[in-house]
Design a protein around this ligand. Structure first.
Ligand code: CO
Length: 196
């Protein structure tokens, strides 16, 4: 999830080349495939988590899910406050409970650059998960952190911001969404070998 209070860096100024991961943009089909549970809590997992944190920070995000960097793995990293030390990585998370009043808040997503839409979600959620070291984790969240977790959890199920938007927001963002589709199609066409 991207932080609506801070403007995104323009993609052209982001130092993408030094980072292992790039953010996959809508409508890349990887974003639609449900992610698979992690089975090995090894150095490879911890490296993936570290590289996801690096990508999230470089993109000024407050949350990032593994499908957004092309991995079909049930991993999310979040830092709702943006403060160093507030990073949280959840592996194989399950939202075991949602409660509290339904709240409406404007969400952004690193896979939908410059598109923000109001999304309704329950205020509170309880998550069970594992840390990247394989330790069991359970915690309840409310407010913005709860929202970030619910947004990133959607990514693990292949659910995207565009699915959560109101029909009015979808209409409002129609041109921007179509532009993302066109950009993806052009990139695919360019990646294909030229016909002889
Ligand atoms: Co997102």
């Amino acid at each position: 999830m991207s932080n609506e209070s801070e403007p995104e860096q323009a993609p052209s100024t982001a130092p993408q080349t030094s980072l292992r991961f790039e953010v996959k943009l809508y409508p890349n089909p990887i974003l639609r495939r449900p992610a698979e549970p992690i089975e090995a809590f090894d150095d490879g997992l911890r490296k993936t988590v570290a590289d996801m944190f690096e990508r999230m920070a470089a993109s000024r995000g407050v949350g990032l899910a593994a499908p957004q960097v092309g991995l079909r793995q049930r991993i999310m990293v979040i830092n709702p406050s943006g403060e160093p030390g507030d990073e949280l990585a959840l592996v194989n998370p399950t939202i075991t409970d949602k409660s509290g009043p339904i709240t409406t808040f404007e969400e952004g997503c690193l896979s939908f650059p410059d598109i923000y839409a109001e999304v309704d979600r329950p205020d509170e959620c309880t998550v069970t998960a594992f840390t990247p070291d394989g330790e069991a984790f359970e915690q309840s969240f409310s407010g913005f952190p709860s929202r970030v977790i619910q947004h990133e959890y959607d990514h693990l199920e292949g659910v995207l911001l565009v699915d959560r938007m109101s029909p009015a927001d979808k209409q409002r963002h129609k041109a921007a969404l179509n532009e993302l589709v066109d950009r993806f199609k052009r990139a695919q066409a360019n990646a294909r070998p030229a016909r002889k």
